[in-house]
Design a protein. Structure first.
Length: 259
C-alpha cells in the first residue's frame, strides 16, 4: 500500500524521524530499545536489535517495515519471506543520516516534511561548525564505543567529533564497515595521546574510574587532566535525528571544555 499507513520500525532512528515529521500515528510496532521520544515506548515492542518476534510483527499487519544494518539482514530476509514489504537502511555517515530521512519521507509520501527536517538539522550542524571555528585548538579525542574489546568511533560519530571542533585519533578506522575494523589496543590509545576520552558504551554506563586505572593510561593527557566524559549511547550511537541534535550538542560542549 502506498503510502503506508502501518509501519514497524526495528531500530530507533526511523522511529524518531517519523515523530519529528509528525507522522508517528503510522508506527504500529517498535524495537524494545527505543527511548526517543519517550512516548514511543508505549508502542508495541516487537524486537531487540538482533532478534525480532516475527509472529507479532505479522499480527500487526504492517504495510512497511524499517530495518537497519547488516546485523538485521537475517531479520529482513525472514520478514520478506513472510511477504512483508521491508526497507533496510545501512548508513554509516552524517550524509547517510540525511539520506535516510529523505528516503523515509519519500516512502511515506511526505518528501516536504523530510526536507524541512533536514533543513533544520543542517542548520544545527552549520552552527556547530561556526562555533568550532572559533576554538583556539582542536583537542585530540578518543571515543570508546565499547570496552571489551575496545571499539573506537563509528564514522558518523567521528564526523560529529570533527564538526564539534575535535580530532578523532582513530579517524582512519571510522571508515571500517564492521565493528572489528575499529578495534583498538590499549597500547595504541596510549600512543595516540588523546586530550580527552569520551565513552559511550552501548547498553551500559561508562565507568570512567575504571578506564582511568587501565595499565599505562596514567601517561595519557586525558587521564592526567581528568578529561574523561560520557555521552549516553541513546543520543550518539543512533544514526538519526538524536545524533545530529542532542548528540552533537553534547559533543560540542565537551570539546569546548578541553580546548
Amino acid at each position: 500500500m502506498y503510502p503506508p499507513k502501518r509501519i514497524v520500525c526495528l531500530t530507533e532512528e526511523t522511529v524518531e524521524t517519523l515523530y519529528c515529521m509528525g507522522e508517528d500515528e503510522r508506527i504500529v510496532g517498535v524495537s524494545g530499545f527505543v527511548v526517543r521520544p519517550p512516548e514511543a515506548r508505549r508502542k508495541p515492542k516487537v524486537s531487540t536489535f538482533t532478534d525480532a518476534k516475527t509472529d507479532e510483527i505479522l499480527a500487526l499487519e504492517p504495510d512497511l517495515v524499517f530495518t537497519f544494518s547488516d546485523i538485521q539482514a537475517d531479520i529482513t530476509a525472514e520478514l520478506m519471506r513472510e511477504g512483508l514489504e521491508v526497507h533496510a537502511f545501512n548508513h554509516r555517515t552524517v550524509a547517510g543520516i540525511f539520506d535516510m530521512m529523505r528516503t523515509v519521507g519519500a516512502l511515506i509520501g511526505e518528501p516536504g516534511k523530510a526536507e524541512a527536517l533536514c533543513a533544520d538539522l543542517q542548520d544545527n550542524i552549520d552552527k556547530a561548525r561556526d562555533a568550532a571555528a572559533k576554538l583556539e585548538r582542536r583537542p585530540r579525542v578518543y571515543f570508546e564505543e565499547w570496552d571489551e574489546p575496545m571499539i573506537s568511533a563509528i564514522r558518523w560519530v567521528s564526523e560529529l567529533i570533527e564538526i564539534a571542533g575535535g580530532e578523532n585519533v582513530f579517524a582512519d578506522r571510522a571508515f571500517e564497515q564492521a565493528a572489528k575494523g575499529r578495534f583498538v589496543t590499549s597500547e595504541e590509545v596510549i600512543a595516540a595521546q588523546p586530550d580527552m576520552i569520551i565513552g559511550s558504551w552501548c547498553g551500559k554506563g561508562f565507568k570512567k574510574d575504571t578506564v582511568a586505572t587501565r595499565k599505562g593510561w596514567d601517561a595519557i593527557p586525558a587521564v592526567k587532566n581528568g578529561r574523561l566524559y560520557e555521552i549516553k549511547s541513546a543520543i550518539i550511537l543512533q544514526p538519526g535525528p538524536a545524533a545530529l541534535t542532542d548528540g552533537l550538542e553534547a559533543m560540542r560542549k565537551l570539546v569546548a571544555l578541553s580546548t
